[in-house]
Design a protein around this ligand. Structure first.
Ligand SMILES: *Cc1c(COP(=O)(O)O)cnc(C)c1O
Length: 426
């Protein structure tokens, strides 16, 4: 997976100006006014105060979500009282043992899953392994091929390749758009990223899932860049297996545990390649013979990482009363407005968007290609606009609707324009 494999770009500054003050354009002050109006009408704006933020514009929530303000006290209680005072009793009395399934049920409505289908634990990488190997076992004999997203975040590709070698499957990397033509009676499953981590392209989850099912194959989705940013509809669209992380748009904290979704119809036959004692029907029976538990619990492996897990559980409180459809509407408004502001402020020809214009193909980030991207991102961060760099030339800006506002967007684009003027074109 080379760093240069990227999607096509669209030139941003067709209507751009060199100074941003051309009479044909929205002037900077009019964009500031527009931002103020959008913020005033924003129903989600009230959630911002639930987070610890400073006066930087934080557009890196697609890499590490901001800290919800109530989490430190909750974690302190877990450490001091649950661990310090109650010690071993907390496995039962503080609900530690059942945390993986309980927190899975908190994530479920955000990704359109019913109760009992999601279990939290391990990293996304490990859950990709469980899903791919278990997916080949569900698909059965005679299907000897795995299709994998060639544009994937690298870890999924590495793990899928190893899983294919272990299970004796052939693996084919392809652009997800090629799946409908490539899937056949030999395909066990396809592993696809719902939103591309680099370009921000949103894949057609319902359409690709249906195309896979039409050929009798399973759809395994990685939701790292979509969960918490847009509706996923796992049950509604008949997704077979899914994985995702919780430290991006779900704000669970650095290295917070990932999750695994197993469709209800597959749960009885879900055969984990990592059948640890936590997934046993009677874990405290301590029997030599393995017998899988019922339901999503089968996705568990070993003793859960309680401190991270309970920090995540606390962080999920910010979703109380929030509809993911409203989050999606604001996310699109934020990225539309960012593109509009970049068009107005960026000098002509310096940046080009790698993120699709069409809403149905856009996640919650904007990726701008820029020849001077490394120096530009360093300077943006120095001036209080935090995005990130994907080498060699992508400036990545993630928009978390629960805490990013329209004034932030206008300021980020304005500072980007200033930085581009101060850093000469290579
Ligand atoms: C962020 C991300 C991961 C992260 O995997 P970890 O095991 O948590 O490090 C995996 N896949 C995708 C698509 C991602 O965006």
């Amino acid at each position: 997976m080379s760093e240069t494999r990227t999607t096509e770009t669209t030139d941003i500054p067709e209507t751009g100006g060199t100074s941003g003050t051309s009479g044909l354009l929205d002037s900077p002050s009019s964009l500031e006014e527009k931002a103020a109006g959008l913020d005033a009408a924003d129903e989600l704006a009230k959630h911002r105060e639930k987070f610890v933020l400073d006066d930087t514009v934080y557009l890196d929530g697609n890499s590490l979500g901001a800290l919800p303000a109530h989490v430190p006290a909750r974690v302190a209680d877990v450490v001091a009282r649950q661990w310090g005072d109650l010690r071993i009793r907390s496995w039962g009395e503080s609900g530690w043992w059942t945390a993986p399934e309980r927190i899975g049920d908190r994530i479920a409505p955000i990704v359109g899953a019913g109760e009992g289908r999601i279990v939290v634990g391990d990293s996304t990488s490990v859950n990709v392994f469980k899903a791919v190997v278990a997916g080949t076992r569900l698909a059965g004999e005679g299907r000897d091929e795995i299709l994998a997203d060639a544009t994937t975040f690298p870890t999924d590709g590495y793990i899928a390749e190893s899983a294919a070698r272990l299970t004796g499957h052939r693996i084919t990397f392809l652009d997800p758009d090629e799946i409908p033509a490539a899937v056949s009676e030999r395909t066990a499953l396809a592993l696809v990223n719902h939103v591309d981590y680099r370009s921000g392209r949103l894949r057609d989850l319902p359409g690709l899932t249906a195309a896979l099912h039409a050929a009798g194959a399973l759809a395994v989705w990685d939701l790292c860049h979509s969960a918490g940013a847009l509706p996923v509809g796992l049950d509604e669209h008949g997704v077979d297996l899914a994985v995702g992380c919780t430290y991006k748009y779900l704000n669970g904290g650095p290295g917070s545990p990932a999750y695994l979704y197993v469709a209800e119809r597959h749960q009885d036959r879900f055969d984990s390649p990592l059948p640890g004692w936590n997934s046993h029907a009677d874990p405290f029976g301590m029997t030599p013979a393995y017998e899988a538990a019922e339901g999503a619990v089968r996705g568990r492996v070993g003793t859960p990482d309680i401190l991270s897990m309970l920090a995540l559980e606390a962080a999920l409180d910010v979703w109380d009363g929030v509809r993911i459809e409203d989050v999606r509407a604001k996310s699109l408004a934020l990225t539309d407005f960012f593109l509009e502001c970049v068009r107005a402020y960026a000098p002509v020809g310096r940046v080009a968007s790698a993120t699709p214009e069409a809403h149905e193909e856009r996640g919650s980030q904007v990726a701008l290609r820029c020849a001077e991207a490394p120096a530009v991102m360093d300077e943006l961060i120095r001036r209080g606009v935090v995005g990130d760099l994907r080498r060699p030339d992508v400036l990545r800006f993630g928009f978390t609707p629960l805490y990013v506002g329209f004034a932030d967007v206008e300021r980020a684009a304005r500072v980007l324009g200033e930085v581009l003027r101060d850093i000469p074109a290579a």
